[in-house]
Structures are given as structure tokens and as C-alpha cells.
Design a protein around this ligand. Structure first.
Ligand code: NAP
Length: 479
């Protein structure tokens, strides 16, 4: 199956038309039983699984990432889709609550879809981010209008064809294409809820626009993620894990590591093994399975990486590995790069590079590692390597997800648990119950029978007050 991609840039008026048809179709979709909606998601997951190689080819074609990183994204998407299909019905079912008066007040909570959800996604994970944000919105009964990054329209178009082949009504999910700066405002204007993944800069713009309309907004934003190697870490495992955690998808992963704090007791051992492993990584721009790391997405991203490294080295940082573009291997390949002696005067110290660059810092104590890890405006993901103290240290780190003896995948793929950022790294969560329920309005319906809340008409205020006082007393004793 090859997707036909009509990625023509739309005018704001054309986007309004797309929202209008999504809104019309949403009514029928919301009336479709949840079991039918989740059955479509299950069939989609199975279809996607059957089209693995086409999906991997498209992801690689659009992003230049190595095949193993594309496979990571593909696997995540299939597993998450199955998870949503399995768990959404129980999350979305009506719940009974204790009523105002026992027995005579019957109270239920319903989950009502928001309506039409606008989703804006970046280029770095063109399959998993759009699909994984759209599916929970869809199973909750919403229509979705999604704007993928202009550089990566094909992968999500392919996935949407599979969703439609699985039974998703055509207008319930639609794509709109065009620069975010031109379409962002109309998407906010037409949406009942906005889900955004991308930079903190754009997240702030959209948050303001959504606030003006008083609509819900959820955002997964940037990070400057720390990895902590404690004195009791298994150093070899930590070094291997840190390579994957720093250089998966050439470091263009929101949860990947850009800062590594190593306890002085294991500094020499860790640095030697980590740097050896980084230098041994194979690079390549092909679609085979051999490369440990592939290309950057575009020249701008390559230049940002080169500028951050040049700035750091120019101000006295030491280059332990990498530090060069490799046009001989591919026009957008940059070596996995390890720096040390980095200080706050350097851009790479606090700014997200979003590329294959990681800085090593030697620390004297665990407390110093935690203090430096938290010394950032961001709070997306963190990783702690330790045989015995991981859980204790993890609780002190200000990040929405903390992985112990893993880089990022342990929390990310724990789909029942929330994933998202503290501080400037986000608002709200994907995954977990919030990942579905944020796309709904809670509605409480209470049915009062026998006795009205204000008391039976034959009793005066005083008598009713006495009845209530006695009832409260009895209820307290019974509890
Ligand atoms: P970006 O510039 O914020 O772009 C992301 C999306 O927003 C694209 O679709 C873009 O469209 C659109 N956009 C741009 N300006 C807009 C505006 N004024 N209004 C509405 N939409 C607008 O992000 P990026 O630099 O491409 O992506 C990398 C960033 O995303 C990094 O900071 C990374 O950490 C973050 N990220 C976070 C997560 C997470 O889960 N926390 C996951 C992945 C990435 P066009 O490009 O088509 O103009």
C-alpha cells in the first residue's frame, strides 16, 4: 500500500472547511459504541504490523534516521495502539459515585468527547507521535484534525490510510498541511482541544491562544535531560545504556540525554568505556540494519549541532569523541559527540541541542548530581544508574519520567503510566488514564428521588434542619 499524499498547503479558509466536515462526522462517531471504536484501533494495529517494512522505509525516507531507530518508533506505535484498544473501554465507562443523600440520590459520571481535537506534531517521530496522540482522542469519540510537520507528511498519511482500511470513517480524522506559523491560529480557533508536541517556544504561543479561547491544551515540549551514574552503578551497563539514551535517532528524541553526571568514584571507568563505545558506533545514511546512527533531519539541525559544539570547544570544552560532520557518509550525518569541561558560559550547557551531542560532568556526591540535574528550566525525562539507590534518587529528580537502569524506553513504553514534562517541558500528559481522559469533558448527572435536597414540603426549615443534623450524626457514626 502506498499512500497518496495530498500535502498541498491549505489556506485558513480551507482549514475551516476541513474542521466543518470533521465536526459533522464527529456526531455519528460519538454515537458509535466504544467497543466498535476500539475494534477499529485493534484492526489498525494489526494492519500496521503487517506493513512493517513499508512503514520503516517511509520513516527513514522522511527523517533520515537509522533503521533500528525507525523500528523502535514502529514497535512503539503498534504496542501503544493495542494498549489503547484494550484499556480505553474501562477508562471511558460510566462510573457511579456516592450521591448527596444515600440511596435517594443516584450520581453517575460520564465522559463526553470534547468534539474536534486539533493535533500539531513535529518531524522527529512522524509515525508514533501523530498516531499515538490521535488514537486516544478518537476512541474517546472525538474527530481529529492533525497538522504534521511540513517535512514529514507521508508517514502519517500512510498510517491514516491504514486506519481508514480498518474502518475509521473518512472525515473523522483528516490531515491539514502548511507551515505552523500560518495555520496554528486557525487550528486553535476551530478546535475544542489542542494537543501539541514540539518546541517550548511554540508551546507557549499555542498555550496563550488556547487560554484566550478557554479551551484545553496539552503539550509535550523540549528537554535537556540528565543521566546520573551513581557510585554503585554497574558501570558497563551504564555506559552501554548511555550510548543508546544519548544517540538514538541521532539525539533528535525529546527524551534523549544531553547531560551525564558521573560520580567521581566511577568517573575514569565510565568515561573510558562510554567514549570507546561511542567511537565504535557505525554511521550511515542507508536503509539497511547496520548503522548504529543515521542522519539529522535537515541542514538547520546539522548547523545547530555544529554551532553548539564549536561554541563549547571555542570556550574551552574538551572533545572526547566526534565533533565533525561526515559528508562522506551522507549529507546530513554528524558524528556522535562527547564533550567534557563544559561550563555555563557555553550554549550546550543549558540549551537543548536536539542532536548527537552529550556533555559529561564529574560530581563528588549524589546530592551534587541531583542539584545539577535539576538546575534547568526543563523537566522532561531523566535516567539514574545504580544498583541500590535508584529509587531513592529518582524521587529527588524534577522530571515527568525517571528511568532507573534504562535511558528512556522503560517509562515511555509503560503505557499505563503517564508520560510528560514538568516545568517548561510540558502541560498535561500522554499515556496513562490522563492520556485518554484529557480528550473528554467529565459530566456528572445526579437523579434525586423521594426527598428533595431542600427537604419535604410538609416540613418547615427548622424541622428539616433537625432531621439533617440527626442524619449527619448517624452517618458519621456509621462511617
Ligand atoms: P517546532 O518548531 O515547535 O514544530 C513543531 C510543530 O509545530 C510543527 O508541526 C510546526 O509546523 C508547528 N509550528 C511551528 N510554528 C508554529 C506556530 N506558530 N503555531 C502552531 N504550530 C507551529 O518543533 P521542532 O523544532 O520541529 O521539534 C523539535 C522540538 O520538539 C524539540 O524541542 C523537542 O524536544 C520537541 N519534542 C518534544 C516531544 C515530547 O514528547 N516532549 C516529542 C518530540 C519533540 P511546521 O514545521 O510545518 O511549520
Amino acid at each position: 500500500m502506498t499512500a497518496f499524499v495530498d500535502d498541498a498547503v491549505l489556506t485558513p479558509d480551507a482549514v475551516r472547511d476541513v474542521f466543518a466536515s470533521a465536526r459533522t462526522s464527529q456526531r455519528g462517531w460519538a454515537a458509535t459504541p466504544v467497543s466498535e471504536r476500539t475494534a477499529i484501533v485493534s484492526r489498525f494495529a494489526t494492519l500496521l504490523h503487517q506493513h512493517r517494512d513499508e512503514a520503516l522505509d517511509l520513516i527513514q525516507e522522511e527523517t533520515g534516521k537509522n533503521r533500528a531507530s525507525a523500528m523502535e518508533e514502529f514497535t512503539d506505535t503498534v504496542l501503544h495502539a493495542h494498549h489503547i484498544a484494550r484499556t480505553a473501554p474501562s477508562l471511558l465507562r460510566e462510573r457511579r459515585h456516592a450521591g448527596a443523600f444515600p440511596v435517594v440520590t443516584k450520581t453517575i459520571e460520564r465522559r463526553v468527547p470534547k468534539g474536534v481535537v486539533g493535533i500539531i506534531t513535529p518531524w522527529n517521530y512522524p509515525l508514533t507521535l501523530p498516531v499515538s496522540d490521535a488514537l486516544p482522542a478518537l476512541v474517546a469519540g472525538n474527530a481529529v484534525v492533525l497538522k504534521p510537520d511540513s517535512q514529514t507528511p507521508k508517514t502519517i498519511a500512510f498510517a491514516l490510510e491504514l486506519m481508514r482500511a480498518a474502518g475509521l470513517p473518512h472525515d473523522v480524522m483528516q490531515l491539514v498541511h502548511g507551515p505552523g506559523a500560518q495555520l496554528g491560529e486557525v487550528i486553535v480557533e476551530q478546535s475544542d482541544f489542542v494537543m501539541f508536541t514540539g518546541s517550548t517556544r511554540v508551546g507557549r504561543i499555542l498555550a496563550e491562544q488556547c487560554a484566550r479561547r478557554l479551551i484545553g491544551f496539552s503539550a509535550e515540549l523540549g528537554g535537556k535531560n540528565p543521566l546520573l551514574v551513581l557510585a554503585d552503578a554497574d558501570v558497563s551497563k551504564a555506559a552501554r545504556g548511555a550510548v543508546n539514551a544519548s544517540f538514538s535517532n541521532s539525539g533528535q528524541l525529546c527524551v534523549s540525554m544531553e547531560r551525564i553526571y558521573v560520580h567521581t568514584a566511577v568517573w575514569d571507568e565510565f568515561v573510558t568505556e562510554f567514549v570507546d563505545r561511542v567511537k565504535a558506533m557505525s554511521l550511515g545514511a542507508g536503509t539497511d540494519w547496520d548503522a548504529d546512527m543515521g542522519s539529522m533531519i535537515n541542514e538547520d539541525q546539522l548547523n545547530t549541532v555544529a554551532e553548539h559544539v564549536a561554541d563549547a570547544v571555542g570556550k574551552g570544552a574538551t572533545l572526547l569523541a566526534g565533533g565533525r560532520a561526515r559528508p562522506d557518509l551522507g549529507p546530513l550525518v554528524y558524528e556522535p559527540t562527547v564533550l567534557t569541561d563544559v561550563d555555563p558560559s557555553m550554549t550546550v550547557y543549558a540549551e537543548e541541542t536536539f542532536g548527537p551531542v552529550v556533555s559529561l560532568y564529574r560530581v563528588e556526591t549524589d546530592a551534587e548530581a541531583v542539584r545539577l540535574a535539576n538546575d534547568t528550566e526543563y523537566g522532561l525525562n531523566a535516567s539514574v544508574w545504580s544498583k541500590n539507590r535508584g529509587a531513592e534518587i529518582a524521587r529527588q529528580v524534577q522530571a515527568g519520567t525517571v528511568n532507573i537502569n534504562e535511558g528512556y524506553a522503560a517509562t515511555w513504553a509503560s503505557y499505563g503510566a503517564p508520560m510528560g514534562g514538568m516545568k517548561a517541558s510540558g502541560l498535561g500528559r500522554r499515556h496513562g488514564s490522563e492520556g485518554v481522559l484529557k480528550y473528554t469533558e467529565a459530566q456528572a448527572i445526579a437523579t434525586q428521588s423521594v426527598v428533595p435536597i431542600a427537604g419535604p414540603p410538609q416540613l418547615g426549615h427548622h424541622q428539616w434542619a433537625n432531621v439533617l443534623t440527626t442524619a449527619i450524626h448517624v452517618l458519621r457514626i456509621l462511617r
